[in-house]
Design a protein around this ligand. Structure first.
Ligand SMILES: Nc1ncnc2c1ncn2[C@@H]1O[C@H](COP(=O)(O)OP(=O)(O)OP(=O)(O)O)[C@@H](O)[C@H]1O
Ligand SMILES: [Mg+2]
Length: 264
């Protein structure tokens, strides 16, 4: 059930050095919805996800999650609300997959104590949820890039977040695993009322799996705004909007009642 507001992004601006990346971006994201950010490389998707997660402080504006400003929340409290799977993550120490996943329980484990039965059970459940129970005893450094991606999703899920932020969750995944992971993300959202904000590069995946899409453009010094469109997938992914975002032409095909984007 998509309900009241989960995340409010209020006039957020961000500049790196002299490059303005985000200019007064405002978005309201409903509880339990799956929202996908789509846009060209460097348009600021990761930056915005990090600002939502309070890993970056915007120059201007604020982010509220469940009514609370993220930069005023203690980090362990924020970690109970938000799970974050970053783009391209690296752990170089050969921890077992199970031990990587259990670190997601840190916000629930008090200092100097060890994981309790509940933490261990939730870890096994999360491994099973993403379909990697068979990898539990493997060293993290000896699994594939796609499998690592799934480990990080499991790690985020043991946090029992009400908001899940996923930066390119399908990169490194094979054709089938891309679809099964996106299905799983949607099911998590539907079954547990988790709000999902993710970034995807494939516009057809965004069309298939999102309740709403935010289509962004890269600022180029003109007076244009970052957000080209925000709304239902069909309203957002029009040839005109894709042209505005990427400067490329696409055609929309209707296939068995589904829209598909085809470059021309
Ligand atoms: N720490 C930083 N210092 C300076 N510039 C940065 C920093 N992080 C990002 N940038 C720049 O800000 C812009 C936006 O970066 P960001 O990572 O948010 O883009 P993105 O939309 O996630 O791109 P991609 O699709 O390639 O992941 C890019 O031009 C990038 O080079
Ligand atoms: Mg990025």
């Amino acid at each position: 059930m998509i309900g009241r507001e989960s995340i409010r992004i209020d006039e957020v601006s961000m500049t790196y050095g002299s490059s303005k990346i985000l200019d007064s971006v405002s978005l309201s994201i409903g509880k339990g919805s799956v929202v996908t950010m789509v846009g060209p490389n460097g348009c600021g998707k990761t930056t915005l996800l990090k600002i939502i997660n309070n890993l970056l402080k915007p120059d201007k504006g604020r982010v509220l999650v469940e009514g609370m400003e993220v930069n005023s929340m203690p980090s362990h409290r924020l970690a109970r609300i938000m799970g974050y799977v970053p783009q391209g993550h690296r752990i170089s120490f050969p921890f077992k997959v199970r031990d990587v996943v259990i670190t997601g329980r840190m916000p629930y484990i008090s200092a100097f104590s060890s994981p309790k039965r509940e933490d261990l059970e939730r870890t096994e459940q999360a491994l099973s949820l993403v379909g990697i129970s068979g990898l539990a005893d493997q060293p993290y450094t000896q699994i594939s890039g796609g499998e690592r991606q799934l480990v990080m999703i499991a790690r985020a899920m043991v946090q029992q977040p009400s908001v899940l932020l996923l930066d390119e969750p399908t990169s490194y995944l094979d054709f089938k695993n891309q679809i099964s992971t996106l299905k799983m993300i949607k099911e998590i959202s539907r079954n547990r009322g988790v709000t999902v904000v993710m970034t995807l590069h494939d516009p057809n995946h965004a069309l298939m799996f999102s309740d709403e899409i935010v289509l962004l453009r890269k600022l180029n010094g003109s007076r244009e705004e970052n957000v080209i469109a925000f709304g239902s997938p069909n309203e957002t992914m029009t040839p005109q909007n894709i042209q505005a975002a990427y400067g490329m032409e696409v055609e929309i095909l209707d296939v068995r009642g589904r829209k598909l984007l085809l470059p021309v």
